[in-house]
Design a protein around this ligand. Structure first.
Ligand SMILES: NC(=O)c1ccc[n+]([C@@H]2O[C@H](COP(=O)([O-])OP(=O)(O)OC[C@H]3O[C@@H](n4cnc5c(N)ncnc54)[C@H](OP(=O)(O)O)[C@@H]3O)[C@@H](O)[C@H]2O)c1
Length: 434
């Protein structure tokens, strides 16, 4: 058997300790499958004395992760700290420059610096593996990097954030408002104390930027992802979606168009009986459309110690077997600069909810502005607020449009807002026929 592969793990939190637990349970299985032993030689975190529920006494402790990354004691640097810059960036760069393979779960780091890090890895002929960074336990990076490489991909989309999917699922199942469910999710550990990265759509956008690169051979470009989060989804929207035969999901979607790539993360209504609508709770899914394979969808746990560490372990076993491939499929020097599609060119149906002052003529004025933009309405429903009457109380108008351009919807809503009949912001949710 070949000599053992020696690794150093930086970050001993959820994923880092999850990885050590796999080693403790499956040492022999790993050696048999990898064809050689994989040995943890060193670890690093901030607090040496923290009780992490795992015995770390056999490993060399580094208080400086960047020092460990370049240490002659290791062949592979496993970065499980997180963050797009700072110590995660510095240590990964140090490892690659020192000719170490790198395995990371850090989507923020790769979404921002992927091209540069891939070039550095290729220059030093080492692996930069990141299966855990995209949808945790779902093996989508390997699937795209290996199994689907014979295809031209036209579209990739999915439910890429478990926290958002959990909140939306419970809002529908329990009929409770967003804030209530978010608080429960925080108490149960499904949402961070500061939930902005998740509910604002940024975490899903990091993953989407990587999927876009893997799909279209472009440099990852997080700054070009159009992002809307789920903060403004109300119980009324969830109920309206249900009544109309849809379910609301936070979707990440990237597709090739004639004018470039369209990359967007936003809440969308999907038909209630579609496969993606059935993906509930913290579960994630990723769907890829290839010209020869057709539609492929992978579903599974998008986060958590076990699933995420499982992906890290798969990456390590690949390295132990000697498999080193360009991180973004095409060699870094051949990745094309990202070209954004014309903005607001998205075409589809829309759900629109307007809270209006209930006055004679408001509905007619709204219909006129929609007609001015040549928007054809599939349905329009006016609901009075509880206790309301037809004179002065508020009302809610819900409209579903036929397929139209996003820009037309935005122009119509701007004109409606100008009339001064609206109470609060208009709600617009895209309808995706997936
Ligand atoms: N958790 C998941 O389900 C999940 C899923 C997919 C991807 N990921 C990604 O995996 C990575 C790790 O996530 P996590 O949930 O395991 O995070 P976590 O539980 O917060 O753990 C982070 C670890 O990094 C250590 N750390 C922080 N600053 C450090 C420094 N300057 N030097 C060395 N170590 C440092 C911390 O040390 P102390 O413990 O001493 O404070 C801690 O052990 C992130 O990139 C995340 O996006 C996580």
């Amino acid at each position: 058997m070949s000599k053992p592969l020696k690794i150093g793990i930086a970050g001993l939190g959820t994923v880092g300790i999850g990885l050590i637990n796999i080693f403790n349970r499956h040492d022999e299985i790993i050696e048999a499958k990898a064809g050689r032993a994989i040995q943890i030689k060193a670890v690093s975190a901030r607090d040496k004395n923290a009780n992490r529920g795992a015995d770390l006494s056999a490993y060399q402790w580094f208080s400086n992760a960047t020092e460990m990354a370049a240490s002659p004691e290791i062949d592979v640097y496993v970065e499980l700290i997180g963050g797009e810059d700072g110590i995660a960036y510095d240590s990964v760069v140090a490892a690659l420059k020192a000719g170490k393979h790198v395995v990371t779960a850090n989507k923020a780091l790769l979404a921002h610096h992927g091209s540069m890090l891939a070039a550095l890895a290729e220059q030093h002929n080492v692996a930069l593996n990141y299966e855990a960074a995209v949808a945790g336990g779902i093996p989508i990076v390997k699937t795209m990097r290996e199994s689907l490489t014979g295809n031209e991909v036209s579209r990739v989309y999915g439910i890429l954030n478990g926290t958002c999917n959990y909140i939306l699922t419970l809002m529908e199942q329990e009929g409770r408002p967003f804030d209530d469910i978010l608080k429960d999710a925080q108490d149960e550990g499904y949402a961070e104390a500061d939930p902005t990265t998740d509910i604002g759509g940024f975490d899903a956008a990091h993953k989407l930027a990587l999927l876009t690169s893997l799909s279209f051979g472009t440099q990852p470009s997080f700054k070009d992802v159009y992002i809307e989060g789920i903060e403004d989804i109300t119980s009324e929207d969830i109920a309206a979606a249900r009544d109309l035969g849809y379910r609301i999901k936070l979707l990440g979607m990237s597709q090739m168009t004639d004018s470039g790539i369209e990359q967007r993360v936003h809440p969308a209504m999907v038909p209630k009986h579609s496969t993606i609508a059935e993906v509930s709770g913290v579960t994630n899914c990723v769907a890829v459309k290839g010209d020869f394979v057709g539609d492929v969808m992978l579903t599974g746990p998008g986060a958590g110690a076990g699933p995420t560490a499982s992906s890290v372990m798969g990456d390590l076993i690949d390295i132990a077997r000697g498999l080193v491939v360009p991180p973004f499929i095409n060699p870094a020097k051949d990745l094309k600069p990202y070209k954004n599609a014309k903005t607001r060119a998205h075409q589809g149906g829309y759900y629109i909810r307007l809270d209006v002052v209930d006055q004679i003529g408001v509905l007619a004025a709204i219909a006129t502005h929609m007609a001015e933009q040549k928007i054809s309405l599939k349905s329009i429903v006016q609901k009075l607020e509880e206790g309301g009457n037809t004179d002065k109380e508020g009302a809610t108008i819900v409209m579903i449009t036929h397929a139209t351009l996003e820009q037309s919807i935005r122009d119509a809503l701007a004109a409606i807002q100008k009339d001064g009949h609206l109470v609060g912001k208009p709600q617009m949710i895209r309808i995706e026929q997936l």
